[in-house]
Design a protein around this ligand. Structure first.
Ligand code: ATP
Ligand code: MG
Length: 358
């Protein structure tokens, strides 16, 4: 469904060059749900924009839904849905008109468009807002509308750039349900971006970690967590002299990836820490060790990152590369983000709305 070979994108010119994407080679099979995970500036949106034909690669190639993104962008656009990082919805129309217009722009009949719009608005908890003018929606409501717009024509491949940003927990859950439904009913391939390991975990079956424009890991969420970093277990004791007994108990019961002591707290990295805790508590109790607190945390993006790169996300993983341009293209080579499919209806301008800001 997606095939890229050494895809790169460089911005700027002369001595001010940002190498946003530095050679991404990737195959995504039909029906996969893939998350691009990485910090700010990692190159996630740039990669998505190349795959959705909004930006030309500087070098390398990408085929999406069977077509080359540079040679046949219109064919690609017709087969994909793209929900950008910014708001794409127009401002002055009613929500329902926006939705129906988008469906019409992709060649759906009026009744098909209406039925699809109603279904999606219901799925994203927007039915009550169907007659509201887009401008009056809250940020999260508008974000949901963007997601609905990208799904109207039931694309075989859906790109979502940070779909859950700005959504409350209930609507994150709705979004997850919608993606699962799309996948189950239509086998839709989904590529999304996120900063959150837990989101990647809950939405995707494959996580591609991107840093500084390169893929640094590509695996299932479970394997990224357990194989790489494990869960974190913190046991805090009122009496620090008990620390060695806790360390010994943990090492007897499991094979921790690491054990550190910070004052009265033992910090261990262990696969399956949640299952270990009850047994550990019983053993410590029998050993008359009093525990003040035991905390288990699943691995976060920060943990995965620390393991993969040796530095924390918070240590400022500055994405900017200053160097000579390594390819011929500058911003001037960008295609204008013109409408996606050829509007085959009387609808005037809905097709350009759901694209990334240029
Ligand atoms: N049009 C542009 N001109 C110059 N630099 C750009 C342009 N677009 C992106 N960049 C730079 O390319 C790098 C990658 O940006 P990109 O938007 O792909 O990151 P991202 O992984 O999506 O980050 P975020 O999580 O913040 O959305 C950044 O350093 C960014 O400043
Ligand atoms: Mg981005």
């Amino acid at each position: 469904m997606i095939r890229t070979r050494d895809l790169t994108r460089t911005f700027g010119a002369k001595d001010k060059v940002v190498q946003a994407v530095k050679g991404i080679t990737l195959d995504v099979e039909p029906g996969e749900v893939v998350a691009f995970l990485g910090p700010n500036g990692a190159g996630k949106s740039t990669t998505l924009r190349m795959l959705t034909t909004l930006l030309n690669p500087t070098s390398g190639s990408a085929e999406v839904a069977g077509f080359d993104v540079v040679k046949d962008p219109a064919a690609v656009r017709h087969r994909i849905g793209a929900i950008g990082q910014g708001n794409g919805a127009g401002q002055n129309q009613k929500v329902i008109d926006e939705m129906v217009g988008q469906g019409r722009a992709y060649g759906l009949t009026k009744s098909e468009s209406k039925a699809r719009a109603d279904e999606l608005l219901a799925g994203l908890d927007l039915s009550d807002l169907a007659d509201r003018v887009v401008q009056t929606l809250s940020g999260g409501q508008r974000r949901r509308l963007d997601v609905a717009l990208g799904m109207v024509h039931q694309p075989e491949l859906l790109f979502l750039d940070e779909p859950s940003t700005g959504l409350d927990p209930q609507n994150r859950a709705n979004l997850k349900d919608l993606i699962e439904k799309l996948h189950a009913e239509h086998g839709t391939t989904v590529v999304l971006t996120t900063h959150y390991m837990d989101e990647a975990d809950s939405l995707a079956d494959r996580v591609i970690v991107i840093d500084h424009g390169r893929i640094i890991a590509d695996d299932s969420p479970a394997r990224l967590r357990s194989g790489l970093v494990g869960d974190r277990l913190d046991v805090t004791l009122p009496d620090p002299t008990d620390v060695p007994r806790v360390v010994a108990a943990i090492e007897r019961m499991a094979t921790p990836l690491s054990v550190n002591v910070a004052g009265p707290t033992v910090q261990a990295r262990i696969d399956g820490a949640p299952q270990l805790v009850p047994q550990l508590m019983r053993v410590l109790d029998a050993d008359r060790v009093v525990v003040a607190a035991a905390e288990v945390a699943r691995a976060t993006l920060d943990d995965v990152f620390l393991h993969l790169t040796g530095r924390s996300l918070r240590e400022g993983s500055g994405p900017v590369d200053i160097g000579r341009p390594d390819g011929p293209a500058g911003p001037s080579s960008e295609p204008s983000p013109s409408p996606q499919p050829s509007p085959s209806t009387e609808s005037s301008q809905p097709s350009a709305r759901n694209e990334y800001a240029a």
